[in-house]
Ligand binder design. Structure first.
Ligand code: TYD
Ligand code: MG
Length: 455
């Protein structure tokens, strides 16, 4: 065996043969870490006693490999694509303190009713886990806790008790003796994850990894981890707000658009059964700069409140800020508002916010962002019963988005009776009669419609 050293960027996972101060792929400084990889000599020479791998006809593949286990938490199952696939490796990533350990402990409690569950903690003492278990009512005899950071010991215990579900909290604390670098370093995390993946596949143990995310939103250390696991779930939200969102960033066994919503309470995480209502609760009455949009996350329509605020720039260049939507998209929408709707925003500081710590990536939110900003600029509140959605093009045109009927139903369900939206497509919509639809062609029309009927 020959040893070879490579350098891996902890921010983006880029690999180079020699050390550099700056990563050539992502441009970050001092992120390259040394990593030893073993190279086998003549790896491709087939040995005489090696069994040749056999391909299988596609129709003969055993479908048992898609068996799923329910976590007992509806929102969690939904994001996993309908439950946990047996033998899969799932990474649950999020900032420290967001509730990853709580979520997994609660899921483990439910799964321990039918399976042996091994919860390995490298971060907390048994007493701490016991306290959390008491709070979340997780006193199950088949839920076994192991405080351990050494991967060999973990495999030894897991091999002995053969759990159906294994949790590693967190991957950054795990230490594999096959790698010589520090726990938490790229090569350690990569090596440990690789071996856990092999273990999960060979033994059929469904495995959860907890991964801490640093401030920039990357999974601390290696982004490389994402390529290695079956499913990546992000648990996110404002640390000091009660709502938490679980979303899939990658899923080999389901859609990546699904989201689950939770609330942190005294007795652990509670599922939010009516997320739209929760997200728009507390909306100020007749305030300017606020409007309601319906986004479509996976198969689930969700209402959200978008806020805009513009104030005269005191000096220098106008400030722009966006929370919950992409900054560049927000700046683009401000430019379109200026050019196509005649709002002189270049002399104004502009702020856009999605209420409740929610993040929206889809372009259907464009119209709501533009109207919220216009509402603040024109000092006109949007009518309380009006919701809107639609993508805005550079010419100021309002473009169609998918899932019109689903969005409209959700809007109606939550008590809104008027909706500003793109011109209808060919599909016939089956909607309640007392929902007023206001199709608009461009941004000017949309703004006029949004403030029509105000005093
Ligand atoms: P934790 O699950 O430890 O977060 P992570 O594993 O992501 O670092 O818990 C996060 C926070 O939740 C912690 O500050 C305490 C709080 N919490 C509650 O409010 N109620 C509860 O029932 C529990 C268990 C925790
Ligand atoms: Mg934790």
């Amino acid at each position: 065996m020959k040893k070879k050293t490579v350098y891996v960027c902890s921010a983006c996972g880029h690999e180079t043969a020699k050390w550099m101060g700056k990563c050539p792929a992502c441009g970050q400084w001092n992120t390259l870490e040394e990593m030893t990889v073993r190279e086998e000599k003549n790896a491709f020479v087939p040995s005489a006693n090696r069994l040749a791998p056999q391909p299988v006809p596609v129709c003969d593949i055993d479908l048992d490999s898609d068996k799923r286990v329910s976590t007992g938490i509806g929102e969690f199952d939904r994001v996993l694509g309908g439950g946990l696939v047996v033998g899969s490796l799932v990474l649950v990533a999020g900032e420290p303190g967001i509730g990853k350990s709580t979520l997994l402990l609660q899921a483990c409690k439910n799964m321990a009713k039918h399976h042996t569950v091994l919860y390995v903690t490298g971060e907390e003492s048994l007493a701490q886990i016991r306290m959390r278990a008491a709070r979340t009512d997780a006193m199950e005899p088949s839920l076994l806790i192991l405080p351990e950071t050494d991967l060999e010991n973990i495999f030894e215990v897991a091999g002995r008790i053969q759990p159906g579900v294994l949790v590693i909290d967190s991957i950054q604390t795990i230490n594999s003796s096959t790698s010589t670098s520090m726990p938490g370093s790229v090569s350690q995390v990569r090596e440990s994850t690789l071996r856990l993946m092999q273990f999960a596949k060979q033994s059929g143990t469904s495995t959860f990894l907890v991964g801490h995310v640093n401030k920039d939103g990357g999974i601390a250390g290696p982004k490389v981890l994402e390529h290695m696991v079956d499913t990546v779930l992000y648990f996110e939200g404002e640390r000091y707000a009660a709502h938490r969102m679980l979303r899939a960033a990658k899923n080999r066994f389901g859609s990546t658009n699904e989201i689950g919503m939770f609330e942190m309470a005294q007795s652990g995480l509670q599922e939010v059964v009516n997320p739209s209502a929760a997200l728009i609760a507390g909306r100020p009455e007749d305030a300017t700069g606020s409007c309601i949009v319906c986004t479509l996350e996976g198969t689930r329509p969700l209402l959200a409140e978008i806020q805009g605020l513009v104030t005269k720039t005191a000096y220098g260049a106008a400030r722009r800020m966006a929370a919950g939507i992409d900054y560049n998209r927000a700046v683009l929408l401000l430019a379109i508002l200026e050019k196509r709707a005649g709002l002189m925003l270049s002399n104004y500081d502009s702020y856009v916010n999605v209420v409740g710590g929610m993040r929206i990536d889809e372009p259907a939110v464009d119209l709501a962002v533009a109207v919220a900003v216009a509402s603040s600029y024109l000092e006109q509140p949007v009518h309380r019963q009006t919701a809107l959605f639609g993508e805005i093009g550079l010419a100021g045109e309002i473009r169609a988005v998918s899932g019109t009927e689903q969005r409209l139903r959700e809007i109606y369900r939550l008590g809104f009776r008027r909706c500003i939206l793109p011109l209808p497509g060919k599909d016939k919509l089956d909607l309640p009669d007392d929902l007023e639809l206001v199709p608009v062609r461009d941004l000017r029309e949309a703004i006029r419609a949004a403030f029509k009927g105000n005093n």
